[in-house]
Design a protein around this ligand. Structure first.
Ligand SMILES: [Zn+2]
Ligand SMILES: [Zn+2]
Ligand SMILES: [Zn+2]
Ligand SMILES: [Zn+2]
Length: 302
């Protein structure tokens, strides 16, 4: 059954009501964004942390003695030797958009509250953890490779490969250090194989330079070998650098007690230098490609 489209007369032309509503909506949105730039960015920026109001966090106050504004988190900061503050009006804020939380890394997006969660989840400017566990540099997804190339040139880089021999030295663990990551590429992505010791447990995992929704496609097999009879195997997902080492360890990583790992050090024969290295191997898989290959193979040729 056909519905009759309502038309609105505009000068000599008739325009569909739907189109008019859409134009109106877009104009309203642009106006709100402009208001955000003109009012919120100027009058509500925290003097201390440069933060702007966020949904559910708009407790911004101005120093009673000067024009400096402080957010809720920075309200304890002393200004003009007084803690007297006047509350800024926030009723307007609920009608205005918000800025992506990754502005400091370069994201320029201004979004309505309902679009914010989705945007920030897939925003390329979001914060990631450096693959070198001890490095605490504040970096974004887009900057990681530049940061890596300028700061961690001492870390080993491997040629493109899906299967890699990645022996590691137990001596490093004796000194309570995390292992230096190994960088490699496969399936057109960048990976880092990393290792850490926590509470007498050894953890190793693979980071992929991808946001969590993409990281889901990459898996790895890990094998720690002493000889043909003794092996420890693990199969798990490559983790996104958005996840901190502690998050990864809490989710899934190759794990074994340090005492067990030490048993895997090959025996040192008389006259040899003391052996401290473990035989460790990984194989990377892209499940998305494998699923596609299966589809291509399945019964299309008759
Ligand atoms: Zn602040
Ligand atoms: Zn002040
Ligand atoms: Zn963003
Ligand atoms: Zn770093």
């Amino acid at each position: 059954m056909a519905t009759i489209e309502k038309k609105i007369k505009f000068c000599d032309e008739e325009i569909s009501e739907k189109v008019v509503a859409k134009i109106r909506q877009e104009a309203e949105r642009d106006l709100k964004k402009e208001l955000f730039r003109q009012v919120v960015r100027k009058d509500y920026k925290c003097y201390q942390c440069q933060g702007l109001p966020r949904p559910g966090d708009n407790n911004f106050k101005r120093c009673s003695n000067c024009p400096r504004v402080f957010c809720g988190k920075c309200s304890h900061i002393n200004c003009c030797r007084t803690s007297n503050r006047s509350t800024l009006p926030f009723s307007l804020l609920q009608f205005l958009p918000v800025q992506c939380q990754n502005t400091k890394y370069g994201c320029q997006e201004i979004l309505m509250e309902e679009e914010l969660v989705d945007h920030e989840k897939y925003c390329d400017y979001q914060k990631v953890h450096c693959a070198k566990i001890d490095c605490k540099t504040d970096i974004s997804f887009l900057n990681l490779l530049d940061h890596w190339d300028t700061t961690h040139q001492d870390c080993k880089v491997f040629e493109e490969a899906k299967t890699l021999d990645l022996p590691f030295d137990m001596q490093a663990a004796e000194n309570g250090q995390n292992w230096a990551p190994r960088k490699f590429t496969a399936f057109g992505k960048t990976f880092f194989e990393v290792g850490a010791i926590r509470n007498n447990f050894l953890f190793r995992w693979v980071y992929v330079l991808a946001l969590p929704d993409q990281a889901e496609h990459y898996f790895y097999h890990a094998t720690l070998t002493k000889n043909s009879r003794e092996t420890i195997r693990f199969f798990g997902q490559c983790r996104s650098l958005v996840e901190s080492p502690d998050e990864v360890i809490g989710k899934e990583a190759f794990a074994c007690p340090v005492i067990t790992a030490k048993r895997f050090i090959p025996e040192t024969l008389p006259g040899q230098d003391k052996k401290t290295e473990l035989k460790y191997k990984i194989k990377i898989r892209c499940m998305k490609d494998e699923a596609k290959d299966d589809e291509d193979d399945s019964g299309l040729d008759d």
